[in-house]
Design a protein around this ligand. Structure first.
Ligand SMILES: [Zn+2]
Length: 101
């Protein structure tokens, strides 16, 4: 934090950054993990849940983000192993469903 992120380009697509590998993609191609106002961590399948969100591009990156504590930092809380396991499972579920044709 502490950087002045006030740059806005008119008409530009909203781009999100994977917190693990730094890949930049449109909001819809990244997976969102959200911390609810109550402090519960969950996979946000809709991308619209209220709360503090963090974006990753894959389940592997979510795992990496947790190991490197970037997820904790992005969500400003300690993400427990149980929470992580649940979020990863939900994310893998969503990914496998979206890949089924
Ligand atoms: Zn990534």
């Amino acid at each position: 934090m502490g950087q002045n992120g006030n740059m806005q380009t008119a008409g530009a697509k909203r781009v999100r950054t994977c917190i693990a590998c730094g890949a930049q993609q449109g909001k819809n191609s990244l997976y969102r993990v959200v911390r609810s106002p109550e402090g519960a961590v969950s996979f946000d399948a809709t991308g619209r849940a209220s709360g503090r969100g963090a974006y990753v591009c894959s389940a592997a990156c979510l795992d990496r983000a947790c190991k490197t504590k970037r997820l904790d930092r992005a969500l400003k809380m300690k993400v427990s192993d149980q929470d992580l396991a649940r979020v990863v499972a939900d994310m893998r579920d969503a990914i496998s469903r979206s890949e089924v044709m």
